[in-house]
Design a protein around this ligand. Structure first.
Ligand code: UD1
Length: 418
């Protein structure tokens, strides 16, 4: 089992280039199934979640060529041989359910494993199914699989009880080739939704309102191939901003969009971290003295749940008491236990974590319990005294493009060990 060995590191320095966003890429790759033509996606990092999506699409009959050096994928789904995914390929990644809409609208059926619960919550798909059924699809759940079928999808007005990112993406994709107009109310407004909409528009889809709570999609007869460069990963960018903050560092982030990072920048500023927008990107400088903050995770443009663990790691070293409230996922504090092993003072009270800043963290043996929790542990390990050993790092590699190499280039003392 691979592990990260991390030693205390002072002042990260240098420049880091942020990779393409995993959470934009996965729905975009799924959307390539909507056409028989070739689609090309650039700025594709070789993440294990991306490789799992490639394997899944190949299983349906699509031809994919991934050039990791060029970070480019070409996809051609000329024919789809099967609309059924095996538990083995689809089960590797919850985002596999994003192939439901393209399969359903193009082939009129789909059979996919029900995404199981995970460390951060139960991950239901009721909102996806509610949308599909309003548009004329039926579904059945049996033996851990969900089967969907339709005689043809029709546009509808769909109100989401919660602005789910995945449900908005699935319904938006289904609506591109449905008959008539679909309106999604209380839609998610995350930047990744906009990136998917940009890609779909390049394919010929008629979508307006993405990035707001009402998305309107006018169905068209067919979609064609497109070329797209995926948006930069705002969570990876946020992770590096916090890494600089925790080590008293000074780094420049290339390939970032400030408008995607507003809630993160606002909270870092409150902590006393300095950031400057330059022509080349965002420069972050920290003296390492951090003020405590209160944070509540919310759908975009609120504070992202995917940055919650990383900020918890940050405020363990703040001068005072911070409170972090998680409202998006019901069980996303497992990392608190691992941070406590490193000397953090954290009390969980239902959906809130109360964090009393400590003078120092100490290196320990800890376990990455999920993707972002794993990244949070790396950052704490850089700031901690002594050596930290992080196990189960396969979680981290699902969503971070060679994080250890990028950190090492900034002066971090982190190595991967078998
Ligand atoms: C996406 C992101 C994930 C991020 C999350 C919230 C991808 C691949 N993953 O996940 O990194 O943390 O958005 O920003 O893009 N819900 C329901 N019923 C549903 C669907 C969701 O109740 O049918 C609930 C979930 O349990 C959760 C909340 O809605 O509590 C948010 O989930 P959702 O926005 O759907 O997240 P994902 O799309 O799974």
């Amino acid at each position: 089992m691979e592990r990260f060995i991390v030693q205390h590191t002072e002042k990260l320095q240098g420049t880091v280039t942020i990779s393409g966003a995993k959470n934009a890429l996965l729905p975009i790759l799924a959307a390539c199934l909507l056409t028989e033509d070739t689609c090309t996606v650039c700025d594709v990092p070789p993440l294990t979640d991306v490789l799992a999506m490639v394997e899944l699409l190949r299983g349906f009959g699509a031809e994919l060529f991934f050039d990791p050096k060029e970070q480019k994928i070409t996809v051609q789904a000329k024919r789809i041989f099967t609309t059924e995914a095996s538990d083995e390929t689809a089960g590797k990644m919850r985002a596999s359910f994003l192939t439901a809409a393209p399969l359903l609208v193009r082939m009129r059926s789909a059979k996919l494993p029900l995404p199981g619960g995970c460390q951060i919550g139960s991950r239901p798909i009721d909102l996806h199914l509610k949308g599909f059924s309003a548009m004329g699809a039926e579904n059945k759940q049996e033996h851990g699989m969900v089967e969907l079928w339709t005689k043809g999808l029709v546009g509808e007005n769909i109100y989401l009880d919660f602005p789910s990112v995945g449900a908005t993406e699935n319904i938006m994709m289904a609506a591109t080739l449905a008959k008539g107009t679909t309106v999604i109310e209380n839609a998610a407004a995350e930047p990744e939704i906009c990136d998917l909409a940009v890609f779909l528009r390049k394919m010929g889809a008629k979508i307006t309102g993405d990035g707001t709570d009402t998305v309107m999609i006018e169905g068209v007869d067919s979609l064609h191939g497109a070329v797209h460069r995926v948006m930069p990963d705002r969570i990876e960018a946020g992770t590096f901003l916090v890494a600089a903050a925790m080590t008293g560092g000074n780094i420049l982030l290339h390939n970032v969009r400030e408008e995607h990072l507003k809630p993160v920048i606002a909270k870092l500023t409150e902590c006393g971290v300095q950031m400057e927008l330059t022509k080349e990107g965002i420069r972050v400088a920290s003296k390492g003295i951090l003020a405590p903050v209160h944070i509540k995770t919310m759908p975009f443009p609120g504070f992202p749940t995917d940055m919650q663990a990383i900020f918890m790691s940050l405020v363990t070293l703040a001068k005072g008491t911070s409170v972090i409230t998680e409202t998006v996922f019901e069980n996303r504090f497992i990392h608190a236990g691992e941070l406590k092993r490193m000397g953090a003072d954290i009390t969980i009270d239902s959906r809130s974590a109360i964090i009393e800043g400590v003078e120092e963290l100490t290196g320990s043996k800890v376990r990455a319990t999920d993707l972002r929790a794993g990244a949070a542990l790396i950052l704490s390990a850089l700031a901690a005294r002594g050596e930290t050993e992080i196990s189960d790092i396969y979680h981290i590699e699902r969503g971070y493009d060679h994080i250890e190499k990028k950190l090492r280039a900034l002066g971090a003392n982190i190595y991967k060990e078998e």
